[in-house]
Write a protein that binds this ligand. Structure first.
Ligand code: FES
Ligand code: FES
Length: 166
């Protein structure tokens, strides 16, 4: 199949490549750009493991072709921490609140939570749970993921984090 040229900005860097029109964005990101933080779970838009941030939206990158990302600005989990390695508030929250076990869902969960906090900087617990409802975690039971996002929201908003009583 003839390949087409695609270019986009990923984690602040211009990237380009040749890809078949049928290639999914997640495969382009993992196999051509070698950014393997985004995971492939279901490949049918259900699990959210492949979630990336693209042009101000959370996208499931198994549901887009790479050619649909032509000219887009994309953030992957590799671009979330600062250049000096300082963790983002969300990464710190997941670490501090034990928001992961196997970690398979975590890159997608953090990218989704990133966009959620952009859209709703001080979310209620219900808003967090609804906001991550497209991302499945088979390990944690979600409670600590919610706490991790609450931790990050508090840090970003400059207020003390108060863990809700269970
Ligand atoms: Fe994309 Fe599951 S791998 S939603
Ligand atoms: Fe294992 Fe979420 S930590 S799937």
């Amino acid at each position: 199949m003839a390949k087409v040229h695609v270019s986009m900005t990923v984690n602040g860097e211009a990237v380009e490549g040749l890809t078949e029109p049928r290639t999914l964005l997640i495969h382009f990101i993992r196999e051509q750009l070698l950014l393997t933080g985004a995971h492939i779970g279901c490949e049918t838009s259900h699990c959210g493991a492949c979630t990336l941030d693209m042009d101000g939206m959370s996208v499931k990158s198994c549901t887009l072709f790479a050619v649909q990302a032509q000219g887009a600005h994309i953030t992957t989990i590799e671009g979330v921490a600062s250049a000096d390695g300082t963790l983002s508030a969300l990464q710190e929250g997941f670490r501090m609140m034990h928001g992961l076990q196997c970690g398979f869902c975590t890159p997608g969960m953090i990218l989704r939570a990133h966009r959620l906090l952009q859209e709703t900087p001080d979310p209620t617990e219900a808003e967090i749970r609804f906001g991550i409802s497209g991302n499945i975690c088979r390990c944690t039971g979600y409670q600590n993921i919610v706490k991790a996002i609450q931790y990050a929201a508090a840090k970003i908003n400059g207020v003390p984090f108060q863990e809700a009583a269970e």
